[in-house]
Design a protein around this ligand. Structure first.
Ligand code: G1P
Length: 291
């Protein structure tokens, strides 16, 4: 079985829900505690053994590329001032040379189209897709749990992270129907993108983490628009599921939808409470605020 070496991060979205914060800055650079969203998901991918990070960007996203570059001036200044902790932190976060790729989605045609834009960089091997809007706080991370589940399957398996959502929210997600659990993975029997409550096969939502086989690219090439008038990844997965198995992994941990203000703010509190250096003082502050 081929290892998962590459991950696609679709980062072309406009971030209209966070205006004016995202007027001049990509939403993926918003910080949860002191790390940008995009850094959190790249950390998760590295933990899962991913070596090559592929960013599908759009206009005004150049700062994401800068973020993953070396900053010589900054490093020289830190060295001069003997700031070794900060220097080590920067070094640890910088990807290895040649292990990032950036390509542009020239038009906002949907998630399926964004993934398709990376086809030539991925080539003929299985890969991960990670949506930076969704953070999952857990050790091991969500993608690592998925890679483990993947390694237990036969060749050409596809894995999707799922979690339960209230039935009155199923119209906001891709929803899967599953067969009987076999270990940590459940065979997927149905998938629907943003179904009405009455059409949803379950309350298991697709959580923004995928392991997919490269055959998806040929399907995406001719994929018609679906829900919301966009080229949907879910629709291409439905076609692929006719020739390859799909499994749902109910991961450990909880997700935070950082594309919404509430999810983003909650993630900040949850991640901060998970940090030894600030958790104690933050807890005291929160208690005071909440009276
Ligand atoms: C996308 C996917 C959807 C998934 C969701 C998770 O939708 O199309 O299947 O459930 O991400 O966040 P979007 O939120 O981009 O509309």
């Amino acid at each position: 079985m081929k290892p998962i070496r590459k991950a696609i991060f679709p980062v072309a979205g406009l971030g209209t829900r966070f205006l004016p914060a995202t007027k001049a800055m990509p939403k993926e650079m918003l910080t949860v505690v002191d790390r940008p969203l995009i850094q959190h998901v790249v950390d998760e991918a590295r933990e899962a053994g991913i070596e090559h990070m592929i960013f599908v960007t759009g206009r005004n996203k150049g700062v994401i590329e800068d973020h993953f570059d070396k900053q010589y001036e900054l490093e020289a200044t830190l060295k001069e001032r003997n700031k070794t902790t900060e220097l080590e932190l920067l070094a640890a976060d910088t990807p290895a040379a040649g292990m990032t790729s950036f390509t542009r989605q020239q038009q906002p045609l949907g998630l399926g189209h964004a993934v398709w834009c990376a086809r030539d960089i991925v080539g003929n091997e299985p890969f991960a897709v990670v949506l930076p809007d969704v953070l999952v706080l857990n050790e091991p991370g969500c993608l690592k749990q998925m890679v483990e589940a993947y390694s237990k399957q036969k060749d050409k398996a596809n894995i999707i992270a799922v979690e339960e959502v209230p039935m009155d929210r199923v119209h906001m997600y891709g929803i899967v129907g599953v067969g009987k659990e076999a270990g940590p993975s459940m065979p997927i029997t149905r998938m629907v993108e943003k179904p009405k409550r009455e059409d949803a096969p379950s309350n298991l939502s697709i959580t923004g983490r995928y392991i997919l086989q490269p055959e998806i690219f040929d399907i995406l090439e001719n994929q018609q628009t679906g829900a919301g008038g966009e080229i949907q990844l879910t629709d291409a997965m439905i076609t692929l599921s006719k020739s390859q198995p799909f499994y749902a992994v109910k991961f450990e941990g909880r997700s935070y939808d950082c594309g919404s203000k509430l999810g983003f703010l909650t993630a900040n509190v949850a991640y901060a409470l998970n940090r030894k250096d600030i958790a104690g003082e933050l807890r005291a502050e929160l208690q005071q605020l909440l009276g």
